[in-house]
Design a protein around this ligand. Structure first.
Ligand code: ADP
Ligand code: RBF
Ligand code: MG
Length: 201
């Protein structure tokens, strides 16, 4: 399971090549605090700090989840291994993001990303799931997914119906397509991270 994790926070490049291992350079400034324990203005500032850390780069093995993405939503998501999820900075809040991703150093595609507990399904384990805006002909389990998290779209929400969840995800996808076409976001698609050697030691 132990996949390579590579993170870049602002100007710090962090490489973790072992389970749950993050280099000493990694000092997340902000931690997540729930609204109940802190004031709204604290929460807003904390959120702003998190946005300043983007883009964040990460990679790891694609593992199996519950299989709902393709079967129930028609929107498959490549789930990152749990050790990678746990090694991401705490300051990366739960929510929906957009960015770039590739598989086994292949072509880099636009993506949308869900980070959290999927309130509609009330998952017990936090997941980091990437839906790439590309049609793949085969499954990708066991391969290495690289992601560059570029921007934040919205918090995770619960919904009254599966149809409502699907509608909102589809509108996330449309928003992501537009945002990623901005020149400053488009240039991240070319980042050498996506072609760096994959090491699984
Ligand atoms: P799981 O719950 O196991 O993650 P999903 O139903 O979410 O299953 O489907 C995800 C799997 O579908 C991925 O792991 C990958 O193998 C495959 N897949 C096919 N196309 C895509 C895509 N465009 N984006 C992400 N995963 C895809
Ligand atoms: N799950 C939720 O419960 N609430 C959400 O708001 C939510 N937003 C998502 C947005 C995107 C772009 C994606 C790809 C997934 C989202 N999910 C959300 C996760 C979804 O429930 C999950 O991918 C499926 O259950 C398959 O694992
Ligand atoms: Mg999935």
């Amino acid at each position: 399971m132990g996949g390579l994790t590579v993170l870049k926070l602002a100007s710090n490049v962090i490489r973790a090549t072992r389970r749950n291992c993050i280099s000493a350079d990694h000092k997340p400034e902000a931690k997540f605090y729930s609204r109940s324990s802190k004031t709204d203005s604290f929460y807003v500032n904390d959120h702003k700090k998190m946005l300043h850390q983007l883009p964040i780069y990460a990679s790891g093995e694609i593992v199996r989840g519950f299989g709902r993405g393709s079967k129930e939503l028609g929107i498959p998501t490549a789930n990152l291994a749990l050790d990678v999820v746990k090694s991401l900075p705490e300051s990366l809040h739960t929510g929906v993001y957009y960015g770039w991703s590739n598989v086994n150093n292949g072509e880099v595609y636009k993506m949308v990303l869900s980070v959290g507990w999927n309130p509609f399904y009330n998952n017990k384990e936090k997941s980091v799931e990437t839906h790439m805006l590309h049609k793949f002909d085969c499954d990708l389990y066991g391969q290495t997914l690289k992601i560059c998290i570029v921007g934040y779209l919205r918090p995770e929400k619960n919904f009254d119906s599966l149809d409502d969840l699907i509608k909102v995800i589809k509108s996330d996808i449309e928003e992501a397509k537009t945002l990623l076409d901005k020149p400053e976001n488009r240039k991240l698609q070319e980042n050498p991270f996506f072609s760096d050697k994959i090491s699984k030691c």
